[in-house]
Design a protein around this ligand. Structure first.
Ligand SMILES: C[S@@+](CC[C@H](N)C(=O)[O-])C[C@H]1O[C@@H](n2cnc3c(N)ncnc32)[C@H](O)[C@@H]1O
Length: 413
């Protein structure tokens, strides 16, 4: 950063100059260098002594750019989104020192400028502009910057320890950050294809939610980015993780997000639009898939984990025996067979299904995703059930958990 600091010639009111810079930077007037990066308001003079500062970023909501205000309180962060006009009106109000809710300092970061507005004890404003040598890289300003589906400044990322107190990515979490964004990218494409009206409340269940990274992410994305009323439940065996996630929900006062402590098998929701099961162990994936199918979930996203049920049943076909004598190959075969059968069962139940590579987790190399989207008139049931029978006969498979659950419910009849 160069230190070419200069006080602006105050022929006009510094507050008005500051606000003009803000409005111009948002309107895209001038060069890319003067485009908006972020804004913060500090030294709050209002009644709520727990409010420390407000930080403001641009965020897309329902396809429209908005100003996302994060109100940083001592024990929680609260986010509110406004249109550009509403946001500028709010900031104008906060900088009016006769207002009860005023702030005595404001910092505007543009691509190559930092503008600081401060009020002294007599409430007289002064403005300083500092040129910066480095350009802040944003998706809009620079093609090389990777587009992210979730804004790194979202408070839940800090709450879950993906980012630090200054909303910077914690290096050890970079793989998780990548996985969160990839997951949302896959979800968004599937969700868009449903063409749901915004009035439709969206029920999401995340089975085997773990520390809740994806559970919080989908809740945040549906509500903040897409503007849907989302009700999201994470189902998790481990009480310590459920408690941790509950604390973050309380801290951020989040609505429509809850965690249930218990086995996948013991959670029976009334409705599910989106069923997620990423790396839930072994047949827990089958129980989750069954719940999603039984309740007619529109989207099912699943990354299977271990495949213990099918492997001991495999009677290696004669021609494959020299290959499958190796344990590692048998394991791979069991995985392909289990997930192949799951994908076919989903298709038999009217889902358009894709199996592809996803991002592996830090503690497992498994990176396969099964994405299923419910389609009207998509059932080729009879033909697919025959294929399933042939495959099972070829490998000598007696039972696959999902198939049994679906048959018991009469869903394959
Ligand atoms: C590898 S973690 C994955 C967490 C998260 N889905 C993700 O992908 O980031 C799997 C989680 O599933 C939970 N789990 C495994 N079997 C389960 C079951 N039968 N019922 C509920 N949770 C289960 C585990 O406790 C663990 O926290």
């Amino acid at each position: 950063m160069t230190v070419a600091e200069s006080a602006l010639n105050s022929t006009t009111n510094p507050t008005a100059q500051f606000l003009e810079k803000l409005a111009d930077s948002l309107a895209g007037k001038g060069s890319v260098e003067s485009s908006f990066v972020k804004l913060s308001l500090g030294k709050y003079r209002g009644e709520d002594a727990t409010l420390n500062k407000i930080s403001v970023r641009v965020l897309e909501v329902k396809g429209q750019p908005h100003l996302s205000f994060v109100f940083h309180y001592q024990t929680k962060d609260v986010t509110k989104n406004f249109s550009f006009d509403e946001g500028i009106a709010k900031i104008t109000m906060y900088l009016d020192q006769s207002h009860l809710e005023s702030f005595k300092s404001a910092h505007l970061r543009l691509q190559t400028e930092e503008i600081q507005l401060a009020f002294n004890k007599k409430n007289q404003p002064s403005i300083h502009v500092q040129k910066t040598a480095e350009t802040v890289v944003t998706a809009k300003a620079h093609d090389r910057e990777k587009f992210r589906y979730i804004d790194i400044n979202r408070p839940f990322l800090k709450g879950l320890g993906v980012t630090d107190a200054n909303y910077q990515l914690i290096p050890a979490m970079s793989r998780k950050w990548k996985q969160i964004n990839k997951f949302i990218e896959v979800f968004q494409h599937a969700f868009e294809s449903l063409k749901l009206p915004q009035s439709h409340p969206v029920h999401v269940v995340d089975f085997g939610a773990g520390k809740g990274y994806l559970t919080f992410a989908i809740h945040d994305f549906l509500r903040e980015n897409l503007g849907f009323t989302a009700n999201v439940t994470g189902v998790e065996l481990r009480a310590d993780l459920v408690k941790l996630c509950g604390n973050v929900i309380d801290q951020l006062s989040l609505d429509g997000l809850a965690f249930y402590q218990g086995d996948v098998r013991s959670y029976h929701p009334d409705a599910v639009d989106v069923m997620i099961a990423l790396h839930a162990c072994d047949v827990a994936t089958d129980y989750a898939l069954h719940t999603g199918i039984r309740l007619g979930a529109s989207i099912i996203m699943c990354a299977p984990c271990c495949h213990k049920q099918v492997r001991p049943q495999i009677q290696s076909p004669q021609v494959l025996r020299p290959m499958l004598q190796h344990g590692v190959h048998l394991g791979q075969e069991a995985e392909m067979l289990t997930d192949g059968l799951r994908a076919l069962l989903l298709e038999a139940c009217g889902y358009e299904t894709k199996v592809f590579e996803f991002v592996s987790l830090e503690h497992t190399s498994k990176n396969k995703m099964i994405l299923a989207v419910k389609r009207d008139n998509f059932s080729k049931k009879t033909e697919i059930l025959k294929q399933i029978e042939s495959i099972k006969a070829f490998y000598g498979i007696q039972e696959q958990c999902l198939e049994t659950l679906l048959r018991d419910d009469g869903l394959l009849a």
